[in-house]
Design a protein around this ligand. Structure first.
Ligand SMILES: [Zn+2]
Length: 196
C-alpha cells in the first residue's frame, strides 16, 4: 500500500458535501443501497499534493443505481468509473509520470468487485470515510492478485515500458470530522412499520 495523501481540510469539506448530497438523495431513492462515490484528479504530483484538486469531469460522482438501473453491478464506484471512462482511458495511455493522479472518495470501503475494477482502471488513491464489513485483507489480496496478473502479462509481452508501470495502491480510511455524519447518512433509514 502506498503512503496516504495529506488533504487540506477545505478540500475534504468539499468532498464530504458532495457525498452528503448524493447520500441524502439516495436515501429517498434506494435506502437499501446507501453508497456514493466521487472521483477527483490531482493537479500536481501526488506526494506534494495537499488539497489543490479539481473535480473532473463534472459527472464523475455517482450513487449506487442497482435498483434504478436494474443492474446488480451498478455500484457507486462502478458508475463513477463508467462516467469518467474516457478520461481514465486517456490517462492509462500516457507514460506513468505524465498521468493525472486520480483519487476516488467513497463513503465506505469498496466491495471486492469494485476493488478489482478500481485497480483495473488504475485509480491509485482510494479514500473512504469509515470501515464497513468489507475486510481490508480481502481488499489487499485482490490488489496484489491484479498487480501480479498485470506483471505476468507484461512479462509475456516482453513489455518493460512505462505504459503499464506498476505503482502502489492506497485504500485508506480518512481521519475526518465528517466520519460520523457520513456514517449516519450511510445507515438504512428505519422502515416505517418499525418507526411507530
Ligand atoms: Zn461495489
Amino acid at each position: 500500500m502506498g503512503p496516504p495523501l495529506k488533504f487540506a481540510e477545505a478540500f475534504i469539506d468539499d468532498v464530504a458535501q458532495v457525498l452528503k448530497r448524493l447520500l441524502q438523495k439516495q436515501r429517498r431513492i434506494d435506502p437499501q443501497n446507501p453508497y456514493a462515490a466521487a472521483l477527483y484528479v490531482l493537479d500536481q504530483q501526488e506526494e506534494t499534493m495537499v488539497g489543490r484538486m479539481v473535480r473532473v469531469p463534472k459527472k464523475a460522482k455517482a450513487a449506487n443505481t442497482e435498483k434504478k438501473a436494474k443492474n446488480p453491478v451498478a455500484h457507486a464506484e462502478m458508475n463513477v468509473i463508467c462516467y469518467a471512462r474516457k478520461k481514465l482511458y486517456r490517462a492509462l495511455n500516457k507514460p506513468v509520470e505524465k498521468r493525472k493522479n486520480f483519487c476516488l472518495f467513497v463513503n465506505t470501503r469498496p466491495c471486492p468487485m469494485c476493488t478489482a475494477a478500481i485497480v483495473n482502471a488504475q485509480i491509485f488513491n482510494v479514500y473512504f470515510f469509515f470501515e464497513n464489513g468489507y475486510r481490508k485483507d480481502i481488499s489487499e489480496a485482490i490488489i496484489r492478485a491484479k498487480q501480479a496478473d498485470i506483471a505476468a502479462k507484461q512479462k509475456e509481452e516482453g513489455n518493460s515500458g512505462t505504459r503499464q508501470q506498476l505503482r502502489t495502491f492506497t485504500f485508506q480510511e480518512l481521519d475526518s470530522k465528517w466520519k460520523d455524519e457520513i456514517r449516519r447518512l450511510s445507515k438504512e433509514p428505519r422502515a416505517k412499520s418499525q418507526a411507530k
